[in-house]
Design a binder for this molecule. Sequence first.
Ligand code: ADE
Ligand code: ZN
Ligand code: ZN
Length: 276
Amino acid sequence: WGSLGHITTAMVATNFVQPETASYFKVLLRNDTEHYLAGVATWADSIRYTKWGRFTAAFHFIDAHDSPPTYCGVEFDRDCKENGCVVSALQNYTSQLLDGELVAWRRMQAAKFVIHFLGDIHQPLHTEDVAKGGNGIHVLWNGNEVNLHHVWDSSIAEQMLGGIGRKPYPAALEWSANLTAEIQTGGKYAAQRESWTKGMMLDDPIQTSMGWATESNSFVCSAVLPEGPSAIVGQELALGEYFQRAAEVTELQVARGGYRLAKWLDLIAERINAQA
Ligand code: ADE
Ligand code: ZN
Ligand code: ZN
């Protein structure tokens, strides 16, 4: 996701974590404000293109080698390549976060990666190989030429919120409040929220995050490329049915990402507090 998606994911998570989890991560991230998660949610993108951070470039996605729209599906052994992927990164940084032998700054860095990558795995095109996750597919967005990856990272969410200008924070606050209400009792996601965290296993981060990746990747066939990669080239996507469907998927995926991030951080904090 772009900044709006990541910050919103973190804010939703903040609304669902246990009090003990909040205390633990406020100390680890050295931020006692309510934005202790949101404040680090985009850090991994800020280092991705630096000399030091280059080794993390592949950690933002898993390139499923499938054939949308006829076949979607992710396979860890086939799709997680030698430089790593979002699934192996979530495993690695979750285990670093749990490692009491590691110095605090490394566990802090691991937390920042987990918070970011758990968001990214919910962006359907971060689980897709076609044209490098849609980066090589040119489409139109309100008449402007953009790539499909950027549409799904940012344009859809920003248009849903009526445009955000240069500032993601106010829009993320508004969006996260709406999503939180929809997840809570009485909201449209209340009946499904338990299914979102069912089967989450701190002791098997690969299987857990492969479940998220497979679910995310299924939207590549149903909503991102419903008629295949060549049919979408040059199409206007900001209007009509495509946008409606994309907005629904984006909303659902950011809600799921935020709710799951809360639960994942709860499991981590519970384990650490039990060890202490
Ligand atoms: N580069 C290669 N594949 C990618 C993907 N799925 N998402 C973002 N960047 C990529
Ligand atoms: Zn992206
Ligand atoms: Zn990212």
